[in-house]
Design a protein around this ligand. Sequence first.
Ligand code: FEO
Length: 408
Amino acid sequence: MKTVEIKPNIFWVGAIDWAIRDFHGYITQRGTTYNNYLIMDENITLIDTVKEDFCDVTLDNIKRITGLEKIKNIVINHIEPDHVGSIDKIMLLCPQATIYISERGKRGLDRYFDTSNWQFKIVKNGDTLSTGTYTLLFIETPMLHWPDSMVTYVKEAKLLISQDAFGQHIASSSRFDDEFVACSSQSELDDAVIDYYANILMPFGQLIKTKIAEIVKLGIEIDMIAPDHGVIWRRNPEKIMQSYLDMANGKANLSVAIIYDTMWHSTEQMTIPLMQGIKDEGVECNALKLRATPMSVAIKEFWKARGSLIGTPTVNNVMFPSIAEFLYHLGGLRPKNRIVGAFGSFGWGGGGVKEAYDMFKKIGLEIFEPGLQLQYRPKEDDKEKCYNFGRDFAKKVKEYHGVVNNQK
Ligand code: FEO
């Protein structure tokens, strides 16, 4: 894909990964991009690199614009290998360049590469670099989402190069949000934003609020946000910042996600009356069987809904393995402002539902108790229990939704 001038003399020189479907375990059904940017100024400056496999793509893009030997500065906003993976090959071709990086970034880079012959300038929050016409302001964003992370603001262009923040895993010929929406849809873009936030940024809500407040306090004007994945926000960039603030504040749909697995369809059969009970209480719901759903999709659906019901059979006195894996993964993401309950079928001893509640407590979720366990296959009177369980849960979800919204 050709380079694109996103601002006067500032070019996207990245790569599109149409084929990736498993991004270190995160299922990227739409592929992704590795965005990096070249500032053609008095001192030519490259911001970020790309994943190692795509090094030749970004090198070709850069060479269409300038010679590598002319690059004076390289800014490394983040050292995760999808952004820094090409730096060693690039440094072989432009050893004259100075790398601008955070202190923790440098320490991490030293672990990935032999950096002994590279020139560095360690930067900290508020430091600037003049490239000639443009002034770069470095804003450290530690733990958003790695300790080294920072973003680069190009003052005269009102451009925030935001590294992973505000990204989406979307492979597209569109470089800008409005182009993508014109050929696809706003809802698809919104879904990609939520998917990315839920799977990558969910643990960092408080930090996100603090950092956005700091950026606002700086009083800088932003009319474009260029992340390192997906499309560039040139139409209302404040909208994506607001979306992040909303999610960090716990925004969710008034809906229920039923996330379940099943051995002989008994737990699955419980979901039918349960969903009717939820629906009859005026709350929308959907159901996902975990073995048929990528983990990252289940995480996204959990995050979108205010309430989730986790359905697990009991196997050898514990949860079904896929449910255990889901809850274990969810715990690491530290979800907030979500209410959960559990249900499931058992054969003789039971225990899966209780174990799910133990996990809910450990994660720190709002809990709807007691859970619902049925032996073997649900019979007619059990279906009524399921219906009532769904209905009672939906009532609780509505109540909790109001509480969270009033807290914002
Ligand atoms: Fe896209 Fe944190 O790497």
